[in-house]
Write a protein of this length. Structure first.
Length: 77
């Protein structure tokens, strides 16, 4: 005689296995150790600070310098 299988439980088991397989793939693809994440963040902030320190004349909004903006001409009236 065949083994009796509860289909609801079998479906749930299959879904759990699929979710676990996807989670494992994500862990290998996106998982980085905390030390590596912190080192990358530190290097990025250090390079940002260095770049900000090398700006010639930042504008009032903190954006790019206004070196290339056109100068308004006086009205001829």
């Amino acid at each position: 005689m065949a083994e009796i299988v509860n289909l609801r439980m079998a479906r749930k088991r299959a879904v759990r296995q699929a979710v676990e397989a996807k989670a494992e793939a994500n862990r290998t693809a996106f998982g980085l150790p905390k030390a590596v994440r912190m080192a990358a963040r530190s290097a990025q902030s250090q390079s940002d600070r260095k770049l900000d320190g090398l700006r010639l004349e930042p504008n009032a909004t903190g954006g790019e310098p206004d070196a290339g903006s056109p100068v308004p001409s006086p009205d001829p009236s």
